[in-house]
Design a protein around this ligand. Structure first.
Ligand SMILES: [Zn+2]
Length: 1216
């Protein structure tokens, strides 16, 4: 099974070069075992009406059936379609033109068709893949010349026969509406079946009781007794207090606590969204805890034990803990100084304003001046460089504990030096929490380990304000720092960040340091309020001026020579004639006198209006469209989703985006509903009532409506209103539980093709598609395979249908977002492929209940459709010679080795690109990168967004190590790891990451730090958090999620990671933990976060924890009565109803402050997080603690202390 589709894997995550989607992947050769038919034409099947066979009305055409009572939908025989349908599939829609156009636009005809095939890449690089010109097109799979001809007339006829015109969705006979009978897919049975009918297997129950970490869990590896680094040999000053050894090192604190085997029954499903089991067995079904995006079904009261787990349903509340009243024994967390110095966080620097002023003369026109002090290199104030004997002060040598409170015992050496102690501790039996309190015994004080909170606060303090982009190789402020970019020739960090800004000159140095050179690109990122959006340049008929050789676009890096008649390209070194229309004289500095009037000569980010040459078929595009595809089967009706969505549609449609300056959106919308047939609606404004057309033959989907399907929502407002009233009514009594999915998506695709426009499908889907149709899936919910060597078998798609469909969609500029409302296994790994390949994403609402989750859903939809977005786009990264983009990670499709095709990309998504050397670089030249995104705007304008970034080159490793951006490294590594998990075994992938990081740090230690004792761990300043963050990647659900989460949850977070932008990945891997018990009610700021460890949590505290996917409010049992009274309206923490998903809105300042803060935090993330209340010692606490990433995990994953010691050992091994 696996082997059958594995070969397809490489391309699935973004095509590694070469393996990519070469011509070979014709995409349409039958690939998967279940592939229904060569779908190339969609017409090759015998044209009968197979789709309608199952039960219900006679197959074929059902004419004139009236809709269910009360429905006003009128029906009409499609006028055009009889001949129209074939057209939809005809060559002119699907065939070459589109494909070639797509390849084409890719950067203009010149790119692909340049006469003589001028190399588009880097002429100087021998290893460059075939030069430019895949000229005449890289045919899209399935669209090439080989595409089968359009259907013959008789096929058409037959197809029409398959169409149920005007009929209401039939009542399926297949499951005769018997309630409480789960069908084969384990779906929710119709009617009022109690939740406990869900097959246990699908529930996200806790892991088997024997659950101690499997051997392969990384944590285990780090935790064995042999791990401690060898004793320090002399070296670093070791403070006396560190020397004695014996007592449990501190830091072990959490470990003992967490390290034990999961307590029976206590282990809730931690997974994504996984709903924490409710305390007590009284959980009402479904209602209370639909997990957020994740989904484990909440274990409920009467639920049968799930798959071998301990019977949590019946567990006494709090897993046997004494009832809350009792004082928490643990005396609370260790004193720890309680709250960290949060107050220190300065308010976001008053942003001075805008800045798109032209840079001072001399800063542009190519070379930005170098030489200025690199702000990025400034050590944080107050950081004392650790004096090392005989060490030149060079680089920001970080030694262990830095940046910590100045008061602390200083010294990393000591800390690390105490490593030998670690060895002991690991083998110690788990201890109870209280023992941690003996601070004296601590050796490795977590407070002395590099703290992300401190690093963020320092950066905020030092680097907030304006970030000028006029310097080559300048390291931007941290992602978390509040700053405003002033574009002075390099693109701002919101759009493009790099893992490093000083690029090693030689391949050898790159290899030795092992630091990846990666870019994280968010070309559509939102601009801050104080920033200007990228200026738009319209060159008229001339179009963008480009280098004749590499096709780079005009930018500040081009150098004009010869009196302004020619320009020299810094990417490929070629010289190009300046077109007469573009000629301008140079001033005495050799720069064009008009440079300040031309954004493309001044800014790092700008847009060109594209000419027809950059459009499909050389025709300007129509505005993109949005199609809502609503699964109207039983589950979605029952949950209230369909009703809610229809009710809110009017408000949603008001938010359609428009181009800057436009008054109103010109995007059109269309509606499709489906269950095991697909229903199109004619919503033409002139109709009195919407008309419905049913295509029953789901084997061969086609578009029955030529006109009236996609309409302007304001012109068709009344008809849409009417439709939105009728849809819930029409399907109110449905018993249908078997749905199709691929044919519905195909329907949306055909609709866009028929209208010759790009767009996006928003698919609202409920269950595993098990209806007899293309894309039918099997239930393979074997979560026990997660975190084992065999996990790929459930994390890779089970059939290729959705991959092929995704490729078809990209070819037509059709992006797909899936909103999933599953109550059981839905196989996101398979169906999500269509999102992955089309630049789409998944939103997940397991156990959706409209009354509880409706607000989140609607907020997500509104954000989804209103955010900045580019359609039908293609992105290329050009680089100066010597380096080149080789590997690409994210949601897109590649049909060659250079161009990322993104049916859409929006402001919330990022792709990562690895740049590799293929030659030596010269130190004086630097490295230049230009990212070009060709796209169709929401207003229908074809444009090119160009991002330029320049780097320095270096021959000293220290220069590299002072210019790294750790947030980007983490984002890059996480995407790479998630991708690799589908290719290699989890152990290999994780070991490889650990080894690489050890190598990065060992190389620094060897080449940049003083020759001090091997017992010292010396970290480069800008990477001092690398061990922490790498451990966070390793522990994350996306990478290590085991059988305590569902397969869908795991697939969901893997996809989420692969599209995360930097702000999202920073908080996903290191969650934000915000104390709320002493919040200042007069402020509106978000209180400073604290470190993510149980050590920092106090019984009398209340904390909000969020990672962009989950949000928890943890309430200590000793929290002040006033606080509880004000916020929850009850007298004690014990009385709080933790099943609620929203805080009560009470009339007092504290309540308002807290609810407003929760709302603010939600708005900062692009998915609306569900709020889960967790009371101290309730069972849910385990779930909450899972996200305290500095602590040892329940699954045995390493704590920060553990991992740092392990990393130290690895480094020493490499050095010796
Ligand atoms: Zn060039």
């Amino acid at each position: 099974m696996n082997s059958q589709y594995m070969p397809q894997q490489p391309p699935q995550y973004g095509a590694s070069p070469g393996s990519g989607f070469g011509p070979s992947q014709g995409g349409y050769a039958p690939q998967g075992p279940n592939k229904p038919a060569p779908n190339q034409s969609g017409f090759q099947q015998p044209p009968q009406m197979t789709g309608l066979q199952r039960g219900g009305p006679p197959p074929g055409l059902v004419r004139g059936n009236l809709p269910p009572s009360g429905s006003n939908i009128s029906h009409s025989v499609p006028n055009g379609p009889s001949h129209g349908s074939p057209n939809v599939q005809g060559p002119h829609m699907q065939g070459m033109p589109i494909q070639s156009a797509l390849a084409n636009p890719g950067f203009g005809p010149a790119n692909y068709h340049s006469p003589g095939g001028s190399p588009m890449g880097h002429p100087g690089s021998p290893s460059q893949p075939p030069p430019s010109g895949p000229p005449p097109m890289q045919p899209h799979p399935g669209s090439g010349p080989g595409a089968p001809p359009s259907p013959s007339p008789n096929q058409m006829t037959a197809q029409m026969a398959g169409m149920n015109i005007g009929g209401p969705p039939r009542v399926p006979t297949s499951n005769s509406g018997l309630p409480n009978v789960p069908n084969k897919a384990g779906m929710t049975p119709p009617a009022s079946s109690p939740p406990n009918n869900y097959p246990g297997a699908i529930n996200g129950g806790p892991p088997p009781a024997q659950g101690p970490p499997a051997e392969r869990l990384p944590g285990k590896q780090y935790v064995n007794g042999s791990m401690g680094p060898p004793p320090i040999s002399g070296g670093g000053p070791m403070p006396p207090h560190m020397a004695p050894h014996g007592g449990p090192p501190h830091g072990m604190g959490p470990s003992p606590h967490f390290g034990g085997p999961p307590q029976p029954g206590g282990m809730p499903s931690l997974s994504q969204g996984g709903m924490p089991p409710p305390p007590g067995g009284m959980m009402p079904p479904q209602n209370n805890l639909p997990p957020h995006p994740g989904g484990m079904p909440p274990p409920r009261g009467g639920m049968p034990p799930q798959g071998g787990m301990p019977p949590q349903g019946g567990m006494p509340p709090q897993g046997g803990m004494p009832p809350q009243g009792g004082m928490p024994p643990q005396g609370g967390m260790p004193p720890q100084g309680g709250m960290p110095p949060q107050g220190a966080m300065p308010p976001p620097g008053g942003m001075p304003s805008h800045g798109s002023m032209p840079p001072p003369p001399g800063t542009m026109g190519g070379m930005p001046p170098h030489g200025g002090p690199l702000q990025g290199n400034m050590p944080p104030p107050g950081r004392m460089p650790y004096p090392q004997p005989g060490v030149p002060p060079p680089v920001d040598t970080y030694q262990g504990s830095m940046s910590g409170p100045p008061s602390g015992p200083y010294g990393s050496q000591q800390n690390m030096g105490s490593a030998q102690v670690q060895g002991h501790n690991y083998s110690q039996p788990p201890q109870s929490h209280p023992s941690m309190q003996s601070q004296q015994a601590r050796r490795l004080d977590p407070d002395q380990m590099p703290s992300p909170i401190q690093v963020m606060q320092d950066d905020q303090r030092n680097r907030s304000g304006i970030f000028y982009t006029n310097q080559k190789g300048q390291v931007p402020p941290l992602v978390t720092t509040n700053f405003v970019t002033q574009d002075q020739g390099n693109a701002g960090p919101h759009y493009i960040r790099s893992t490093m800004y000083n690029i090693p000159a030689t391949i050898d140095m790159m290899k030795q340091t092992a630091v990846p050179f990666g870019l994280v690109l968010s070309p559509l990122a939102r601009t801050a309020d104080e920033e200007y959006p990228p200026p738009i340049v319209d060159m008229g008929e001339l179009g963008p001026v480009r280098c004749i050789r590499c096709k780079a676009y005009m930018c500040p890096f081009m150098q004009f020579i010869d009196g302004g008649r020619r320009f020299h390209c810094l990417f490929c070194k070629a010289t190009t004639e300046v077109p007469a229309e573009y000629f301008q004289h140079l001033d005495h500095t050799g720069q064009r006198v008009d440079r300040f009037e031309r954004p493309e000569l001044t800014f790092g980010t700008y847009e060109f209006v594209a000419t027809k040459d950059y459009c499909r078929n050389n025709t300007f595009p129509k505005p993109p469209a949005l199609i809502f595809l609503i699964d109207v089967s039983y589950n979605n009706i029952k949950s209230g989703m369909v009703h809610l969505l229809c009710k809110e549609m009017k408000e949603i449609l008001k938010l359609l985006p428009n181009d800057a300056g436009a008054k109103q959106s010109v995007m059109r919308v269309g509606f499709i509903t489906y269950n095991n047939t697909v229903h199109f609606y004619n919503i033409k404004g002139c109709l009195a009532q919407p008309q419905m057309m049913v295509v029953g033959d789901v084997q061969d989907m086609f578009m029955p409506l030529l006109e009236g399907f996609l309409c302007d929502p304001s012109e068709s407002e009344a008809v849409i209103d009417s439709l939105m009233e009728q849809i819930p009514a029409m399907f109110a009594d449905t018993r249908e539980t078997e749905t199709v999915l691929a044919p519905a998506i195909q329907a949306g695709l055909e609709a866009l093709k028929a209208s010759e426009c790009a767009g996006k499908l928003l698919v609202f889907h409920s269950s595993l598609p098990i209806a007899e149709a293309p894309g039918k899936l099997k239930n393979r919910d074997e979560r026990k395979l997660l975190a084992t060597e065999k996990e790929k078998t459930v994390l890779a798609p089970q059939v290729n249908t959705y991959n092929n469909l995704g490729q078809d969609c990209v070819g037509a500029g059709c992006s797909v977002d899936l909103f999933v409302f599953n109550n059981s296994y839905i196989d996101i790994a398979t169906i999500g492929q269509v999102c992955r390949l089309t630049g789409g994403e998944i939103f997940k609402y397991t156990y959706f209940q409209a009354d509880l989750d409706g607000d989140r859903l609607i907020a997500d939809i509104k954000n989804n459709i209103s955010r900045p977005i580019a359609f039908d786009s293609i992105m290329r990264v050009r680089t100066s010679t010597g380096v080149r983009a080789t590997d690409f990670y994210g949601h897109f499709f590649m049909s060659n080795t250079t161009d990322m095709e993104l049916a859409s990309i929006d402001c919330d998504k990022a792709v990562a690109v690895e740049i590799k050397h293929d030659d030596k670089l010269t130190e004086e030249d630097g490295v230049y990168v230009q990212v070009a995104l060709l796209y169709t705007s929401c207003g229908g304008q074809r444009r090119l967004r160009v991002l330029n970034l320049s780097f320095k080159t270096c021959s000293q490793m220290a220069d590299l190590y002072r210019s790294c951006d750790l947030d980007s490294i983490v984002n890059f590594f996480s995407k790479q790891v998630v991708f690799r998990l589908l290719e290699s075994s989890p152990k290999q992938v994780k070991d490889s990451l650990v080894n690489r990081c050890a190598q990065m740090l060992a190389c620094y230690r060897k080449n940049c730090a003083s020759p001090s004792s091997a017992g010292q761990l010396i970290l480069p300043e800008c990477m001092k958090l690398l061990p922490l963050y790498v451990n966070c990647i390793l522990k994350s659900d996306a990478v290590s999620g085991g059988s305590d989460m569902t397969i869908d949850d795991r697939s969901f977070v893997m996809q989420a990671v692969s599209i995360m932008d930097l702000p999202s990945s920073v908080v996903y891997f290191y969650p934000r933990l915000i104390p709320l018990h002493d919040i200042d009610v007069d402020s509106s700021d978000i209180p400073a976060p604290i470190r993510c460890t149980a050590d920092k949590i106090r019984d009398e505290g209340v904390y909000l924890l969020e990672n962009g996917v989950h949000m928890f409010l943890w309430i200590g049992l000793n929290v002040g009565m006033d606080w509880v009274q004000n916020v929850f309206g009850v007298h004690s923490a014990a009385q709080i109803d933790i099943d609620r998903t929203a805080l009560p809105e009470l009339d007092n300042p504290l309540s308002q402050r807290i609810t407003s803060l929760v709302s603010t935090v939600r708005q900062q993330r692009h998915r609306s997080m569900r709020l889960t209340l967790v009371r101290q010692r309730d069972k849910l606490e385990m779930v909450f603690k899972h996200f305290l990433v500095e602590d040892r995990g329940f699954d045995g994953s390493a704590s920060y202390v553990d991992f740092l010691c392990h990393m130290h050992k690895e480094i020493r091994n490499l050095l010796s």
